[in-house]
Design a protein around this ligand. Sequence first.
Ligand code: ADP
Length: 987
Amino acid sequence: MNFTNITIGRRIKIGSISILILVIMLGLVAYYQTYKIHQQTETLYEHPLKVRRALGELTQAIFLMKIDFLMLSGNTDSHSRENLIQNLTYNNVVARGQIDTLYSAFLGPQSYIDSAKATLTYWIEEGMSSSRDGLAQNQSTPHLVQSQEAHLYNGAANTLAHIKKISDFALAKSYQLFDQSRRERDTLAIQLIALVFFILVLASVINNGLLNSMRTPLAEILCAAKAFRKKNYSARSKYASRNEFGELSEAFNSLVTTIEEVLTLNEKIALISGVMIHEDDPHHFFYSTLKTLMEITTSQMASLYLLSEDKKCFEQCTSIGLDQTLPVSFLAHEQEGEFGCALATQTVTVLSAIPESTRFMYKSVYGTIVPSGIITIPVVASKEVVAIISLACVNTYSTEAVSFINAVLNTLTARFISILSTKKNQALTNILKIQNMELLAQKSELTAQSTELAEQNRELEAQKKQLDDAGKLKTSFLSNMSHELRTPLNSVIALSGVLHRKCRGKLPPEEYAYLEVIERNGRMLLALINDILDLSRIESGKEELDLNAFTAQEIVNETIQMLKPQADEHSIEMVTEFPTEPLTLVNDAHKIQHILQNILANAIKFTEKGSITSSITTTSEQIIISIKDTGIGIHPDHISFIFDEFRQADGSTSRRYGGTGLGLAIAKKYACLVGGDISVTSILGEGSTFSVFLPKSISPGVQQNVQISSQKNRIPSQSLKPTSPPSETTILVVDDSNPALIQLQDILSEEGYTVLIATGGEEALSIIEKTIPHAIILDLMMPDIDGFEVLGTIREADRTAHVPVLILTAKQITQEELNFLTRNNIHQLIQKGDINRTELCLAIQSMTHQSIPMPKPIKKQRLFSSKPTLLIVEDNPDNLLTMNALLSDNFMLITATNGQKGIDLAEQKLPDIILMDISLGGMDGITAFKTIRGKQNTAHIPIIAVTANAMLHDKEMILALGFDGYVPKPIETTTLFDTLQEALYDL
Ligand code: ADP
């Protein structure tokens, strides 16, 4: 077995075990030798030493017995002899005991002890017998005593001689043992030294061996690592054996091989990335990329196929090394030939070692050339293969080449997609360029058309102006027409009513019935006119909201009460289903009542028998009033247009039930105006349900359209007492419009006022700083500082806070603005379009004479002894007749048929009250009114305007002039009497 192949671990184990064995041996040897020394010492102790001690004892006993023998030989005293014999016996026992000890401990020949024992035994026995005999003989034979003594001495000496022999042997033995022990010690020392030395040598040998076996491979691997670090990528460790370092060296070599491969791969990736990034032009990019791919993968041929616009096939875009006569294209959806697998899996496909037999069956881009390896790279964008690169090699592709393709695939795909979109963008840019040019051409054409359009626009503007004028004309026409239509109608209805009342029983019944027909038809005509006027008012945007709070229950109940007589006439039951808690609305009660009245009237009209149920429900934002009848119902084909103007469900309905077809159209428009809506459901022959949806509170959008309509919001006009304007009265006129300034200055100067002119807010304020005018006429819409700001500043300063201000504006005033004006205490608000010299003068007079107490008509709690005198100024004889018929019972009537006559009669008769028609021929009613008011003796007479002008601002204007009341035509009897009462008694 080769030593170098032994693993380091095993080597360390072997070394350690060897050292361990030697140490154990060392221990054993030491133990053995120590044991031996111990045995020597023990032997020394057990034998020579014991023998020597026993010999000492024995010698002592012999000497004592010798003395006893000697004393016994001469002694006759039996007692002492007795004692001596006892001593002798004792010492003999001791001596015997010691001889026994010698037997056990003496290492020499036993014959020595036998001899000593025999000698001793003989000596003692001889001594004892001679002692006993001697006692008898002694006295007789002294020479015998001497022989006994000699014997005693000799016997002891013999015994001692034997003992000495033993003692010498024991001594010699002890020396021998000591020498032997010293030798043992020396041997032990030598063995230990030898062993320790051997261990040390062995340990160092093992150590060195181990160190060397580690240093060499480490140095080799280190050397290779250093070389590799210095970019010598071919450096490898040459150390090769089957130990750990061999494995380490092998691992290191494979690691650096991998690193070298990765580095090489990275270099290749960097190379192709550089090429791909460098090129932006699609054609160059495709060519360079293919070329580099070929170089890196050592391919001989390469080809790029792009997905066609219609996505049906892959068409060749660029190729290198291919037979150009081969027009190969591949069908995309059939996934045929070489591209089939790549298209199906959308991954790189490698064909290696293609057998020759395959070339005829397998459709590839390489035609007759038989490559040994083909790599097909699909470029996938949004899960779709948009391009395919095919590489071919006459040899089989190396794994490095395949790894390279896989490694570069993502970058390649990203760059390809970017280049393909660039290609698309280029195509689009070209299209755009062409389109741009087309657009430029179209633009110039359009410019020409635009000039034409501008021309047409101007024409349209002119037409619009004409339309506006026509609209104004229409409004004015409607206003006049209303007057012209209502005046005769008023007579017809009123007089037919009077006749109807007065001629009962006086006319034959048939003729009497004519009066009813006249009145009914008159009323129908009036309703139609009113409807048309309502409609026209809504369409002209002049309809305004008069907001107040009321409950839904109240308004429905009131409407039902109004129409109950009609319902009773047809025996129709009126049912109500109301929630108990009151549902409050803030809205225009008048308009809502109009809507409900229309729907309820229709319900009564179209219900021949049954009931009408009015119910109220509520949602979080709305209150829904539903009116359900059991009438004729509406055909589904007609239901969609019943809210259209002049549309009825069908012709027969109008013939049978009458009506104009305007009621629901107006109701719907009113519903929208109050922020709600109307809907209908109906079953022909069973009945209809009309639902009115009303907001609980009116939305801000609707509120913006709320104009000055409410009595509460109207700015009160003053009763006027015209006087000659003092020339020192200064009026400041603030307006940025020159024509307005000229007009106002003209009127005011003519009236004798001193006029100050300011063309803007700033100028006005600077004038006010110097002079405080008696009154100000202020326009609202001005650049920089507008009228609102000027008004605010005037009212804030103490010195000007009291100055009366008349607002003259063309602006549509919002509720918010109206609130501001009212808060700032303006005297009056006049719409610019309505400006009229008399009205303006009256307003100015009213402003400048506010402090002068006006003679008030004596009307407070007046008591009349007889009927009050009423002057009627009316130029229409029919109307005059009507009023006569209506009022003759309650008033002393005086009549005047024109303005001047009216003034004269007022002066002469001093009536209690005057009814003044506004639209008089010749002097109009307003001029007559002003004249009467201007005269000292008639100024106090209350004057009520009577007009058929239905447009709202007419009423406003009339009240602003200072009339004490307003009665619209056709005259409602109650309205007329109420207004007269109010004016007369200030109720
Ligand atoms: P008119 O003055 O004709 O009643 P409206 O605008 O009020 O005009 O109604 C339009 C048409 O709608 C009516 O002519 C009628 O055909 C139909 N109509 C309205 N209300 C009812 C109802 N309650 N039942 C049946 N038909 C109705």
